[in-house]
Design a binder for this molecule. Structure first.
Ligand code: SAH
Length: 282
């Protein structure tokens, strides 16, 4: 079963419990008078009859079940045709992408396109990355269950939610207030407990929580910010798009006793990393 619980579902379940509670009290002759007296005959079990709201709740639940089945199918096809077909093999990454409801991270009008092979607008002139890029970057980080990961550029929150499925804790920074607030809301709604969010300039990193086992920058930088490299643990990995404002190269860095090692993962196109150690605000 999915690890995610929709807010609506929680409400419906609560309402259902409330109904059952009312029902149980109705059945119990000592209702309101504390525990049944010792030696009293046990109350006979009666068939459960819901008292109120039955139709409304059942309808809401069945609509949601339909939707989630529909999106589950789209998600499965996304993983098969866009992710596995292009050579992503890390089981943890594949399973996280099968699990995270990507449609919940875009506006309602774009939900039907959430599993398509391209980025989508998320407001504030920013985008949620194409699913394959998310998978490629996540795999490149070579994550472990115990890792603490820093993400720069929370955006919709989708990438952080994928990371959160795999690692111990995700620290994610967003510099646009509305996106930060919206992402926080969705993490709470999906009960993603291991994502810590922050509203600030991510090019400065998150010194108090450093060093990190992995750092992922999801916006294009003119060069690698030294501040972030300094917050990478020994054995740590970092993935960052570096280059011009409209096209970059995805770079992977690895720190060991001998220093920093760098490899190239291919061309990409991200929105700008704007900040003290990124592009200047225009
Ligand atoms: N990871 C996101 C996609 C991010 S798009 C997702 O899964 O949806 C890039 C994001 O980086 C944008 O939201 C942009 O506002 C943010 N960003 C740009 N410069 C930043 C900075 N210096 N610090 C933090 N966030 C920044």
């Amino acid at each position: 079963m999915s690890a995610f619980v929709l807010h609506g579902q929680i409400k419906a379940n609560q309402a259902e419990r409330q109904e059952n509670f009312i029902h149980a009290r109705g059945n119990c002759p000592s209702a309101g008078a504390g525990a049944p007296k010792a030696g009293a005959a046990p109350a006979r079990k009666r068939p459960l009859i819901r008292l109120t709201g039955e139709k409304r709740i059942d309808k809401a639940l069945s609509t949601m079940a339909f939707d989630s089945r529909k999106y589950e199918r789209l998600r499965e096809s996304m993983v098969k045709n866009q992710i596995e077909a292009r050579g992503i093999t890390d089981p943890a990454v594949l399973s996280a992408m099968r699990e995270v409801p990507r449609h919940m991270f875009v506006s309602e009008a774009l939900m039907a396109q959430a599993y398509s092979d391209h980025p989508l607008p998320i407001g504030e002139q920013q985008t949620i990355s194409q699913p394959y890029i998310v998978a490629q970057m996540t795999q490149a980080l070579q994550l472990d269950r115990t890792d603490r990961v820093l993400e720069i550029g929370t955006g919709s929150g989708y990438q952080a939610a994928v990371l959160a499925q795999i690692v111990y804790r995700v620290y994610t920074i967003e510099k646009k207030r509305n996106l930060h607030i919206q992402a926080r809301k969705i993490f709470d709604q999906l009960r993603t407990m291991n994502v810590v969010t922050r509203y600030s300039d991510g090019t400065m990193g998150w010194k108090e929580e450093s060093p990190f086992d992995a750092i992922l920058v999801t916006a294009g930088a003119p060069e690698i910010p030294a501040t972030l490299l300094n917050q990478l643990a020994m054995g740590g990995r970092m993935v960052i798009p570096v280059g011009q404002s409209f096209s970059q190269e995805l770079i992977k860095l690895y720190r060991d006793e001998n220093g920093i090692h760098q490899s190239r993962l291919g061309g990409c196109r991200f929105v700008k990393l704007v900040g003290e150690y990124g592009w200047r605000e225009s």
